[in-house]
Design a protein around this ligand. Structure first.
Ligand SMILES: C[S@@+](CC[C@H](N)C(=O)[O-])C[C@H]1O[C@@H](n2cnc3c(N)ncnc32)[C@H](O)[C@@H]1O
Length: 436
């Protein structure tokens, strides 16, 4: 970053633009792209946070931005990078607390420094100034489904019905809360952190503060984990000294819960890099687990008392946190991932002692990665029965239970009129027991 960059806030906008473009081109998580590109821009933490905020809101409101721009482009350019530059500019004007002139001028400057877009400065200036002038009109047209790709809308309406599916789409417009899991004394930590003690046992932070600056972070008293993501490990009811495998473990939120319960945990993950992060997280928390970087399908171990399988999935249940998921995943991803989930479930079945418990979960809203997997598993494995989950095990949230006794949380669940921090990640959880 040079000094003139600094004066007009060019660095964070350049990073946001590159991150949106690369994420769309490569269909990979925005977080991974930001992690890869950030060091090259050498930004302050504050500017990095601004870049991230711009990129995230661009994905969160991509449908709204696309329509607003299309209507003002007069059959204009189709260059993808130019459209993304306009999108991050319009996102700042419409959805962030950024002066209009900063959003417009930085977009013009970024075009001018680009070998291919140098000519487009005047055009960008005109389009973005029009967006700013017509802001109220654009924001008054906020149909519920505008920011959801059609293929996801069709799936969710088919699975959940029009009314519930619409609530899901609307919930995706808001930022997710930050929830934490604690090693102990949840009520005490809720008070110390000024958070809300949720019925499920997690704490919901109300203020947006840098996590590392909060009391208890350095001493490893708690870790960040969505309240819904904390349910699967809790539902395994780990006991001290039980041998438990966490088959897709990194970065380790659920391993930490199992280890904190006193279990002897083997944390398995295919990615050595992600497993390293798990080890760092456990070290901060002063918790212990054995780790193995291996494809769980190839794991060869003596049978376990219990297994947690938090399988890789499309992650459509985390769109509030990762709005890029809606625009980078496809039906084909769901098809491939559901095949992997089936294989991992079969492997988990073979690694369990008679009488052992298996909790299967995914952070997906798609039935192929949830309800259909449970059905298929029980049909293939008559030696297993489902152990229905009771409402009192999940803080009385009976709206999150299916008729079969599985957990199905949605982004529109746990809505609180008392505070703006509502919602849960979309998770599916089923629990099975192997015959003795
Ligand atoms: C949903 S994430 C797990 C999140 C983790 N359980 C937690 O609570 O922090 C899925 C993980 O599965 C891992 N994974 C994907 N395929 C795998 C496989 N075949 N064997 C083992 N791990 C796998 C990925 O590297 C990823 O870390």
């Amino acid at each position: 970053m040079n000094q003139s960059d600094d004066q007009v806030g060019l660095g964070p906008r350049r990073l946001a633009w590159m991150a949106v473009t690369e994420t769309m081109k490569r269909r990979v998580p925005l977080d991974d792209v930001l992690e890869e590109l950030s060091p090259k821009e050498n930004l302050s933490p504050r500017d990095e946070a601004l870049a991230r905020a711009i990129a995230i809101v661009t994905f969160r409101r991509l449908g709204t931005l696309g329509r607003a721009l299309n209507e003002r482009l007069n059959r204009g350019p189709k260059d993808e990078r130019l459209l993304h530059l306009l999108a991050i500019g319009a996102a700042q004007i419409l959805f962030l607390d950024v002066p209009d002139h900063a959003a417009v001028d930085s977009a013009v400057r970024l075009a001018q420094e680009d070998a291919k877009l140098g000519h487009a400065g005047g055009f960008i200036n005109a389009v973005l100034r029009r967006v700013a002038r017509e802001r109220d009109m654009i924001l008054s047209q906020q149909e519920s489904w505008l920011d959801t790709p059609t293929w996801l809308e069709e799936r969710w309406v088919a699975q959940y019905g029009e009314e519930l599916a619409t609530k899901i789409a609307e919930a995706h417009r808001s930022m997710a809360s930050v929830d934490i899991s604690v090693k102990g004394d949840a009520a005490g930590w809720a008070e110390r952190l000024g958070g809300i003690f949720l019925p499920t046992g997690s704490i919901r932070l109300v203020e947006r503060t840098a996590i590392r600056d909060l009391p208890g972070f350095d001493e490893g008293a708690w870790w960040v984990q969505d309240a819904a993501a904390a349910l699967p490990a809790r539902l395994l009811h780990a006991k001290p000294n039980e041998r438990i495998a966490d088959l897709c473990a990194a970065p380790g939120g659920k391993t930490a819960q199992l280890a904190a319960a006193g279990a002897e945990v083997l944390a398995v993950d295919r990615s050595a890099k992600r497993l390293k992060r798990l080890e760092e997280n456990l070290a901060r928390l002063n918790l212990k687990a054995a780790t193995r970087a291996i494809d769980a399908e190839k794991l060869d171990e003596a049978p376990f008392d219990a297994i947690l399988l938090d399988a890789p999935c499309s992650a459509t249940g985390t769109i509030r946190r990762h709005p890029d998921v809606a625009w980078t995943k496809s039906e084909e991803d769901i098809r491939k991932l559901s095949g992997l989930q089936t294989r991992l479930l079969d492997k988990a079945a073979s690694l369990l002692k008679p009488g052992g418990r298996l909790v299967y979960c995914t952070c997906s809203l798609e039935a192929e990665e949830g309800e259909r997997q449970a059905e298929g598993f029980l049909a293939r494995h008559p030696e297993f029965v489902r152990q229905p989950i009771r409402a009192d095990e999940i803080g009385g949230l009976d709206q999150c239970l299916t008729p079969e006794g599985d957990v199905r949380t949605l982004p529109c669940h746990l809505v609180s009129p008392e505070h703006e921090r509502s919602g849960l990640d979309g998770f599916y959880v089923a629990r099975f027991v192997k015959a003795s």
